[in-house]
Design a protein around this ligand. Sequence first.
Ligand code: NAD
Length: 258
Amino acid sequence: MTQARVALVTGGTRGIGFGIADYLAREGFDLAVCGRREEEATAEALQSLRRHGREVVYCRCDVADRAAREALVRSVRDLFGRLHVLVNNAGIAPPERRDLLEASEDSFEAVLRTNLQGPYFLTQSVARWMIDERRADAAFRGCIINVSSISATTVSVDRGEYCIAKAGLAIATQLWAARLGEWDIPVYDVRPGIVRTDMTAAAEAKYDRLIADGLLVQPRWGLPEDVGRAVAMLARSDLAYSTGQVLVIDGGFNVRRL
Ligand code: NAD
């Protein structure tokens, strides 16, 4: 029997990451999911993922921490011995939502470390491993998917550090796509719009109002499963010849209208 392919989804027990993990498990992937919480706190999510009959392991890891990232990759090696898909999904909103004129360097550093430095260097570790796999087996199919945001190209002056981190992640996708092309390891940027999760809960009334007022072409909140479906499509190689591409999942937010 051929072994299942393996995906690692950072922040995969909640919100968009959970939606992605859920669709990858449906697609037949064994899963490693990581987050900052104790494993007990994620039990319900893990149980729900396991109902698809795949192997699902949880690794506690703060992606902002170098040693923790290295331990994460070691754990996935020890547990599965293989990794085909990395989804850099974990991310935070600024700890303090403050105007550009007031925002602190602490908040800037926290957001950049988690949302940009973490995925950038996790990609570096995983890419080295994937290159070895590909050298050993020409049939190896790896891919890396970064979850950025419409904030990569849309400014919000009360969370500049978030926009900068997401814009940085967008160019990181292009960089890694260019570097990993010779091994045919595609790298993609999945760019959600306004998605109903814990991250957006604090701004629910604001987004409800904006959506009701016509902000989006498709007048509803995005759902984690909207993003999960798109990532599953990439993970099963439907866009294998499109490395570096951006997949926008935003209900038409980006459609300019008069
Ligand atoms: P969320 O807060 O609901 O979930 C984030 C997940 O990431 C959680 O599981 C959390 O534990 C994990 N995480 C956070 N920091 C981490 C760290 N340092 N190490 C490991 N895990 C960590 O958020 P979400 O809305 O599901 O967001 C997921 C991703 O999608 C983020 O990168 C976010 O920026 C992006 N995004 C969200 C929206 C939205 O509208 N919700 C829109 C565009 C992009």
